[in-house]
Design a protein around this ligand. Structure first.
Ligand SMILES: NC(=O)c1ccc[n+]([C@@H]2O[C@H](COP(=O)([O-])OP(=O)(O)OC[C@H]3O[C@@H](n4cnc5c(N)ncnc54)[C@H](OP(=O)(O)O)[C@@H]3O)[C@@H](O)[C@H]2O)c1
Length: 261
């Protein structure tokens, strides 16, 4: 469901900035694109599916926001480099990289049943895609001397339950990648933080969580509901804005209390 304007925090320092959102074509990423656009951020919407990307771009334009389509498979560096060159040419160096592309098989699966292909696909789509995206955009951000990066982990990378080992390992890798990055780029005026959600209801996850299962799941969430894409969008706005100027290298669990650390 698209964000209701009243649920979106407004952070004036974000206005006029440029963001790339990988995985912005649907789900959590699409709502995050809209939340950024409502804050006056120009948004490059990434994904692989042209029609989905176009739908998000049109939704942003419908609220008088600025958006461009930025198709690329983020597990392939030549694709990302070509996307980066298009964004640099049209708008300049992004202020923000929101690296949300990922997903895959998130349902628990016995270790022995995970195929080599499952494993490689989880690592490629979640960990390698984050690494390659940052690798491609970082040099120009360092040269400019400012920027904000938000990466996407998962409760599956925080606790050893509720997700297959490959997906959990990939997301735990994203957390450590983000810490290394934060440690290295702080001196260049760049902050890097990670968001780690649990059970966010999107078009896709709704198909896997029927109503009665949702009721059973609630016991694990002290806040008594499952998550919404705008919960993640709001946390992302905070981590990109100067409201979090003294925060880098953290993993923010957007998880209704299911994960506390
Ligand atoms: N929903 C949850 O409960 C939950 C919980 C924890 C973490 N997460 C993480 O949050 C992120 C978004 O999840 P979601 O539930 O919103 O999933 P979703 O609806 O399946 O959306 C996934 C997005 O990632 C993009 N994507 C995937 N692989 C890509 C690649 N190689 N290159 C470019 N784009 C790629 C997809 O683009 P196309 O379809 O256009 O290819 C799509 O925009 C994922 O990283 C997921 O692991 C989700």
């Amino acid at each position: 469901m698209p964000l209701q304007p009243s649920t979106i925090p407004l952070l004036p320092d974000l206005g006029g900035k440029i963001a790339l959102v990988t995985g912005g074509s649907r789900g959590i990423g699409a709502d995050t694109c809209l939340a950024l656009a409502r804050n006056g951020v120009k948004v490059a919407v990434n994904g692989r599916d042209e029609a989905r990307i176009r739908a998000t771009v049109e939704a942003i334009r419908a609220i008088d926001g600025e958006a461009m389509a930025a198709r690329a498979d983020c597990s392939r560096l030549p694709d990302i480099d070509a996307m980066r060159d298009r964004i640099h040419d049209e708008w300049g160096v992004p202020d923000f990289i929101v690296a949300f592309a990922g997903g895959g098989t998130e349902r628990p699966m016995p270790f022995a049943q995970i195929t080599e292909q499952d494993w490689r696909s989880s690592i490629d789509n979640n960990l390698t895609s984050t690494f390659l995206t940052v690798k491609s955009f970082l040099p120009a951000m360092i040269e400019r001397g400012s920027g904000g990066i938000v990466s996407m982990a998962s409760a599956g990378g925080r606790v050893a339950a509720g997700a297959p080992a490959g997906y959990g390992a990939a997301k735990a890798g994203v957390i450590m990648l983000t810490r290394h990055l934060a440690n290295e780029v702080g001196k260049h005026g760049i902050r890097a933080n990670c968001i780690s959600p649990s059970a966010i209801l999107t078009e896709r996850t709704r198909q896997n969580i029927p109503g009665e299962q949702e009721q059973r799941m609630l016991a694990a969430f002290p806040l008594g509901r499952l998550g919404r894409p705008d919960d993640v969008a709001a946390a992302t706005l905070f981590l990109l804005s100067s409201a979090s100027a003294w925060i880098t290298g953290v993993t923010l669990d957007v998880a209704g209390g299911r994960v506390m650390s």
